[in-house]
Every structure is written in C-alpha cells, then in structure tokens.
Write a protein that binds this ligand. Sequence first.
Ligand SMILES: O=C(O)/C=C/c1cccc(O)c1O
Ligand SMILES: [Fe+2]
Length: 314
Amino acid sequence: MTALLQCLSHSPLIGWVDPPAAIVAEVDAAVAGARAQIAAFAPELVILFAPDHYNGFFYELMPPFCIGVQASAIGDFNSAAGPLPVPQALALECARSVLADDVDVAISYRMQVDHGFAQPLEQLFGGLDACPVIPVFVNGVAPPMPSCRAARRLGAAIGRWAAGCGKRVLFVGSGGLSHEPPVPELINAAPEMVEKLIAGRNPPPDQRAARQERVRAAAERFGRDGSGLHPLNPDWDRQLLGLLAEADFATLDGFDNEQISLEAGRSANETKAWVAAFAAMHACGPYRTQVQYYRPINEWIAGFACASAVPLAT
Ligand SMILES: O=C(O)/C=C/c1cccc(O)c1O
Ligand SMILES: [Fe+2]
C-alpha cells in the first residue's frame, strides 16, 4: 500500500470547552484508531491540506491555495508552535508538477500555519516533527473562496504527483464539517478589524488572548444551550461524508460556496480541505472509506468527523 488518507475535523476548543467525558473518550478512541492505522502504514511523506483562520494568511495577499516550502506553526489556543519538517525539494517538485498540470497554486517560503495544521499533526503523530510534511493551505475561511471544484482539481493534481513520487504518502485533510465559529469577516468590519484582517500577522499577546477568549465564551454558550451561533447540520455532514466515500466528485463539484454557508455555516467551507485530500487519494486509485467517527459537538463548534480511506486493492 503506497497511499493512505486520514481526514479529521479540528477544533481549537478541544481541552478548553469540552463535551461530557464520555464523548471526549469516544473521540480519543477514534483518534487512537487512526494513529494505529497510520503507524502501521509508516508514511514517508504527509501531504496535509488545511485552512487558516487569519493567523497566517491575510487579505494583504490571500491565495486560494498555497504549498508551503518552509513553514512554521504559530501556536494559537495552545496548539504546538515551531517549524514544520517540510522537505523543500519535494515541496517544490510537487508545486512544479501541479502548475505544469495547469492548476494554479501559490508557494511560500515563510508560511505561517495555525491550529488547522498543528492539531492534526499533534493528534495523529504526537507533534509537529514526526514525519516530513508538505503543508497545503486551502482557503476555507476568507471570502471570496475557491470552489469545491477547484479544491478537487488541486487535490487531484497533487495526488497525481504523489502517486509517482516513490514514497508511502499519507494524505490528511483537516477541518469542518458544518460549523460557524465567530471568526471575523471583512465585510462590515470596523476599521481596526479591517486592518487586522489585511495585515494582522503576529498580533500582540493581549490581542490574541482577547480573540481566543471571545471564541471560548461563544463555545461555552453554544455548548450550554445551542444559541448564539449558526446551528451544526448533521444531515449536511452525513451527505458530505457519503459523497466523499462514494468518490462522487461530480456532485461535489456542483456545491456552491454561498449554499454551503447557508446550510452548514460559513466555516463549512473548510471541508474543501477534505475534498482536496480525497481527490488526491482518488488520483492514486479507487479507495474504500471508513467513517471512524461522527457527532455534532456544540462545545467544539464542529460537526466532528474522523474518516480514513485505503486503496481498494489492499
Ligand atoms: O481561530 C478561531 O478563532 C476559531 C477557530 C475554530 C473554532 C471552532 C472550530 C474550528 O474549526 C475552528 O477553526
Ligand atoms: Fe477551523
């Protein structure tokens, strides 16, 4: 087996505003199963598709997609901070191949990533530096956003490169599913916030703490009585998981960003990281999916899912 896929919702609220212990234990068990499957596969390269939340990417220059050639995690919400072990030559080779395939992607030699990238690496590997990783930013938060179709085409191009790179590759997708945490929006923002969204890299600690406290308080309320935020949408989440499991990319291509936001919350656009990861896996051949876990978890502001895919032939 030369390819494996693992997708996982993320939430920076894990450990900050937790659901009942039995639910945390369910999630821990699902993640432990994913870790064991990955350990048995022993990946030589991880290709990690994930969004950002105005921590590393800003409107000063907001690409739809970006491959990190050098990258570091900023450590928001107590997630791990520090450099990611990006194999530079491979990341560049991947970017060259994707561009030669007529799929536009930016590259960065100073990519900053947040919990969207750091959390799956911590959960699946215990830290940032366990395995060489090519980080791929998928804009799922800052409108205007790429379409599902564009995410599928990016993933497929990366998958075609990965299929020929001669390594055991683990594709990871991080984000979603339905949710809408109180991430700020450029439209209607006050001037001070506009400036933060355009050029807000490395904010002072008190500003970061205030932002995190706002999200924590919103999660506490949402967890208590389901109020204050766009409701999670288990039907939408299950439909998405079904389409990915069936490799029904034709239907996924027809998903509209506005409709996603209306039905499942604005941040459900993060699921394009899953679409890209599954498309990459599909480019390596037919696959069989196992949904290891799903539950809407208000305390984490997340339709929380964990799914893997293995090549059909194995
Ligand atoms: O960065 C933030 O302020 C909030 C992020 C968040 C909250 C809940 C679920 C997620 O997927 C998030 O990224
Ligand atoms: Fe997120």
